[in-house]
Write a protein that binds this ligand. Structure first.
Ligand code: ADP
Ligand code: GN1
Ligand code: MG
Length: 370
């Protein structure tokens, strides 16, 4: 849950809203969505103007918000053009930045305080798919995203978070956090740390595999709740959360989506007997993603999707664990053990994926075009 102390922030919101031509004293501003990173608000102006999304960018994580907004602007304009020229794209949207009154992409109050606004996209955003169709559609949305950007000049994008999906660097960060044990939590997480370390060979194999794959423009945060679905038709409307669009690997976009949406349970489910990968969900996502992206991907990239699923789940697990050991400085948390619960949950899923690896490979292989 996006918890923001709106009363404390009220004065700042009013200042920002003025830059967007809105009388903040009269507008309704409510925390919105379930993102772990930015402060997201739904703003409903009193003057009848359409509601919009206002986000305070997390500048502790995104150190160059101006670069980030340039990326988002370029990518959304590019996708919009592609949609216009493609038949069958009715009902699809690309995120639209609301400019400030003087045409800016963001509003900066101070060196480290950045806000940006997006037009509100109508629809439903889910933390768990309600059925196979939801997950299939999210696969279509991310597959399409991949295809629309397949000829975007990748060198034009900034790395908004360097080494974001460099699992080896994430592993090293975990080792450092264990060694430092800054807040004295390592003992409580000893078994979890041991599991993380036991997968070191998989980290090396994944790094080796990526060296042979093409670098693409990827989303890098392909959670189901970063896609908007049309509540009436169930079709994907829009891919959200473009902060991490940068050079990356298709296997990571595929994998991160499986990590989140093919799990039987929420990312922070404590009852680990409920945490396992649903192979039907795996299969429908593969179908949806490939139906929309396949022509732009090589068979070798597609063959690495099962490894992507496992490694993105593992990587997310070690990121949660590292954050727990560092005192919850990165992800938003709802209670003190939240990151540990999330890490255990992700590791339970990795274990299930290890058991199901051959089955995943068979499904993917069967979907490759002859
Ligand atoms: P975070 O980086 O913190 O995850 P997101 O950009 O994903 O932030 O936004 C958090 C949530 O807010 C999304 O999961 C979605 O529910 C909602 N949201 C974000 N942008 C929009 C938008 N333009 N229209 C409607 N809802 C949105
Ligand atoms: C964060 O921003 P959000 O909530 O969509 C994180 C992802 C993690 C995810 C885990 C910029 O995603 O990398 O996989 O939490 N985003 C960033 O739920 O770190
Ligand atoms: Mg998000």
């Amino acid at each position: 849950m996006n918890t923001i102390n709106t009363i404390d922030c009220r004065q700042q919101f009013e200042e920002v809203l003025k830059v967007y031509g809105v009388n903040g004293a009269m507008a309704r501003v409510e925390p919105y969505g379930n993102g772990h990173i930015n402060d997201t608000m739904l703003v409903t102006p009193a003057d009848g103007r359409r509601p919009f999304i206002l986000q305070k960018i997390n500048t502790a994580i995104f150190r160059q918000p101006t670069h980030l907004m340039e990326n988002v602007h370029k990518v959304t304009e590019w996708i919009r053009k592609k949609m216009c020229s493609e038949k069958g794209s009715a009902g699809q949207e690309a995120l639209r930045i609301v400019p400030t009154t003087d045409g800016g992409l963001y509003c900066s109050l101070r060196e480290d305080i950045f806000y940006r606004a997006y037009e509100f996209v109508e629809g439903v955003c889910l933390d768990l798919p309600r059925n196979k169709e939801d997950f299939y559609e999210s696969g279509v949305a991310f597959g399409r995203f991949q295809r629309y950007l397949s000829d975007f000049p990748v060198e034009e994008l900034y790395d908004t978070i360097p080494d974001f999906h460099n699992t080896e660097k994430r592993f090293e960060a975990l080792l450092m956090a264990v060694e430092e044990d800054r807040v004295g939590r390592a003992a409580a997480a000893a078994d979890d740390i041991a599991f993380a370390l036991s997968e070191k060979d998989a980290v090396d194999a994944c790094m080796e595999c990526k060296r042979k794959l093409p670098v693409r423009v990827t989303h890098n945060d392909t959670k189901l709740n970063n896609v908007m679905l049309n509540p009436a038709s169930g079709k994907a409307v829009c891919v959200l959360d473009l902060d991490t669009v940068m050079p990356g690997y298709a296997m990571d976009d595929f994998g991160d989506a499986i990590r989140f949406g093919a799990s039987n349970a929420l990312e922070d489910e404590k009852d680990l007997s409920r945490v396992w990968m649903d192979m039907d969900m795996f299969e429908v996502f593969t179908e949806g993603f490939l139906s929309a992206a396949e022509d732009g991907l090589t068979p070798e990239e597609i063959r690495q999707f099962p490894l992507g699923a496992k490694m993105m789940t593992y990587e997310c697990g070690i990121r949660f664990l590292t954050d727990y050991l560092q005192g919850d400085v990165y992800f938003k948390t709802g209670y003190p053990e939240h990151n540990l619960v999330r890490a255990r949950n992700q590791f339970a899923l990795v274990k299930d994926m290890n058991r199901k690896m051959e089955e995943m490979k068979r499904i993917v292989e069967a979907k490759l075009k002859p």
